[in-house]
Design a protein around this ligand. Sequence first.
Ligand SMILES: [Zn+2]
Length: 292
Amino acid sequence: MRLERGRRSSNVEDRRGASGGRMSRRGGGMKVGGIGGIVILLLGLFFGVDLSGLMGGGTQSGGSGSLWNQAPSASSGQVAGDDAQKQFVSVVLGDTEDVWNKLFQQAGQRYQRPKLVLFSDGVTSACGFTSSAAGPFYCPGDNQVYIDLTFFRELQRMGAGGDFAQAYVLAHEVGHHVQNLLGVSMEVQRMQRRLPKAQANDLSVRTELQADCYAGVWAHHAHKDRQLLEPGDLEEGMNAAARIGDDALMKRAGAAIRPEKFTHGTSAQRQQWLYVGLESGDPTKCNTLSDL
Ligand SMILES: [Zn+2]
């Protein structure tokens, strides 16, 4: 990603080191793995769109006027450490603010920016206490996204490395905030109370897939408006979506694949919806709940 083109958000609250809770990070952690990023080629064929410009693992093609004919980013993977990571999430958050501000404005609505809380080990939010082992999350009760930045190392271990993979995770959580603002979260919860468990679970999965799609919508505009993406980024995102799909996680854990236990959707579904958002940039296309 070309993050030097982005604006840093001022809505980041650093609670690392604060006594949010000292619970073991071991145990209950996600076990993941699964299919690789080759699926993107199939997706490209399926959607009939040429995405080759967004692939290629960082090689710079020479053609002048190429969308990718820019100086390589100095920010990807070269600086380590927490401050660099904090800067990274601040820029990604800032960019989601700019994109969703624009899209809400176009729809005649007002976007309220969420706060991003950095924590270590565990944190108490309006949603109660959450251990880092649960991964990043959004709490609708206080409109805040929470992340322990060590999760990015976890992602790397899952085989889902790369800055765009990290940005996708963050943008997915912001996607839940968008759902909250649009009233989707409340409506889904209302419906879930009336439904049998299996259907209620299916609704959760659809909500998660919509957040993936919204992450893609963000990336579409981040690229269109500020050229934030660079070669290899789309691949990283699609790869991450595959690695964190429920079937991939179950397979990696050596468990049987049980669709009734899915929480976020299969690798293929996650890739598909991330792609829908990326390709269209249109939140109304993220209609994962429309046929209910
Ligand atoms: Zn989610």
